[in-house]
Design a protein around this ligand. Structure first.
Ligand code: GDG
Length: 474
């Protein structure tokens, strides 16, 4: 492990840093918080704040075993780097939505500019023994910029989004200039073997790389690097405990009382077009339309904290969902029952776990998702004696591991409505069998396993059969 075998620390770099005592809503934040708290080290990134100039000062904080170093962004850099290129260009492209890609050269320039500033600061914050772990699509060229400054540390990269096929990636203007910089990392981690195949295919067929032994590749520029699949996970035991303890919270009792014996279907997602929320609402409406016997028997609660409000498409989808929720309730509600509870608010994890456990069905239907931690959290939160049913999109990375969920195509609203009906009627023995199989996977591949697998592959000298580990996991 990075800071056991050497004097070096683990240095995590990500766009957003979850500072102590902040509620983290993103999957990345939840996962990294758990990893750093266990190991200790430094977390560097954007403070989430705007200032007159990008990176004019580094804000430092120390809590428990973790040092935090953050910088502010100028308004122009925020608009070009974060809103523009990262979330307006890369996010839709990586989620198979070229139709939503807004490419502007000035955004790319801002993206490169901010990555340069990250590199300048990092050079001053690290020692040669540190192991660097860079996260996500905001920081693809960071290692190349560090290497240009003479940094020779081990540097790993983890992509939290899916990676589409090469045929789609090449639609990104200047794709090779950007994506080839990934070869400056020593190890590139993705969630699934499908993402891994896409990465290898891109490098081998579009970027002039060649394959070496032990899963290594040689870039066109002659650099040897490795790529492997490490399906991210959750603190399975911790979440199971939190969910079991949640019975004591008054909010959980209030929810249960308000249901008045009705079955609860739950969805929890950042408000993002990749999560398939309009299609999910439509599938629920289809269920109500075709199964009048379920009226007043079922409640769907969708928690959707708003995110990335500075990007137009996010404001549009928010309006679309408000209309759709109003329409469903307007059509089906009775004086004592509203079929859909749509909540644009975030809740602490201890309550989320209790809400998951109160739900007979977890409805997780992204159009595309790197992994989807909510699906895993829902499973870990269930009562082993009376577990609920997970309905999961085939296009979430989690579907490669949670194979006994009811797997659906989220765009096929009839299929999702069928799955809802089946889940609501599923006998206890089948619910238990399906849940046990999923829980077994999560007990083995939890957040600690994920972190250890990645870091040992990054720090060990011998070729690691990581790819085989990932394949065994699905
Ligand atoms: C990205 C990738 C990948 C949600 N609502 C609240 C809340 N959350 C927490 C959940 C979960 C996390 O946010 C969401 O994680 P997901 O994985 O479902 O989705 P993204 O945010 O899109 O995450 C994804 C992930 O990174 C990790 O690599 O799986 O594919 O898109 O942990 O519990 N947390 C709190 N209140 C909420 O209301 N506290």
């Amino acid at each position: 492990m990075a800071n056991r075998n050497t004097k070096g620390r683990l240095v995590v770099v990500s766009n957003r840093v979850a500072l102590p005592r902040q509620t983290a809503t993103g999957g990345l934040a939840s996962a990294l918080q758990a990893a750093l708290h266990e190991l200790g080290g430094l977390w560097f990134g954007w403070s989430g704040k705007l200032a007159a100039e990008t990176g004019a000062e580094v804000h430092r904080l120390h809590d428990a075993k973790v040092d935090y170093a953050t910088i502010d962004l100028s308004r122009a850099d925020h608009d070009d780097f974060y809103t523009g290129f990262a979330n307006g260009t890369l996010w839709p492209m990586l989620h198979y939505r070229p139709d939503l890609v807004d490419y502007q050269r000035s955004h790319l320039e801002g993206y490169l500019r901010v990555n340069e500033i990250f590199a300048q600061h990092l050079c001053k914050l690290i020692t040669p023994e540190d192991v660097l772990w860079v996260h996500d699509y905001h920081l693809i060229p960071l290692a190349a910029m560090l290497r240009q400054r003479g940094v020779r540390n081990r540097i790993g990269f983890f992509l939290h989004t899916p990676l589409p096929a090469a045929g789609l990636l090449i639609a990104l203007p200047n794709h090779r200039e950007l994506l080839e910089t990934l070869a400056s990392y020593d190890l590139i981690g993705v969630h699934t073997t499908r993402d891994l195949r896409a990465l290898e295919d891109y490098f081998l067929h579009e970027a002039g790389a060649s394959m070496r032994l032990g899963g290594r590749m040689r870039s066109a520029g002659g650099r040897i690097f490795r790529a492997a699949a490490f399906p991210i996970s959750i603190d399975t035991a911790g979440i199971a405990r939190t969910a079991s303890d949640a019975r004591a919270h008054k909010e959980i009792n209030q929810l249960r009382t308000s249901l008045d014996g009705r079955a609860l279907i739950i969805g929890v997602d950042r408000l993002d077009y990749s999560k398939g929320l309009p299609q999910r609402f439509e599938a629920f409406a289809r269920l109500l339309e075709r199964a009048p016997e379920l009226h007043r028997q079922v409640t769907f609660m969708q928690i959707a904290p708003p995110s990335r409000g500075s990007v137009l498409e996010y404001r549009q989808i928010r309006r679309e969902l408000e209309r759709s929720a109003g329409h469903i309730n307007g059509k089906y509600a009775t004086p004592d029952w509203a079929p859909l509870r749509y909540i644009n608010k975030s809740f602490p994890h201890r309550l989320l776990a209790g809400y998951y456990r109160s739900a007979r069905v977890g409805l997780v239907t992204p159009l595309r998702d790197g992994m989807n931690l909510v699906a895993k959290e829902y499973v870990a939160s269930q009562n082993p004696d009376d577990p609920g049913v997970l309905i999961l999109s085939r296009f979430a990375g989690a579907a490669q591991e949670l194979t006994t969920a009811l797997l659906v195509n989220p765009a096929d609203t009839e299929e999702v409505a069928d799955a809802l009906q089946r889940a609501l009627n599923m006998p206890l023995p089948e619910r238990r069998d399906r849940w046990r199989a999923m829980m077994k996977v999560l007990e083995h591949n939890d957040i600690t396993f994920w972190r250890k697998s990645f870091l040992s592959a990054l720090t060990e000298k011998a070729p690691v059969a990581q790819r085989r580990v990932a394949e065994t996991l699905g």
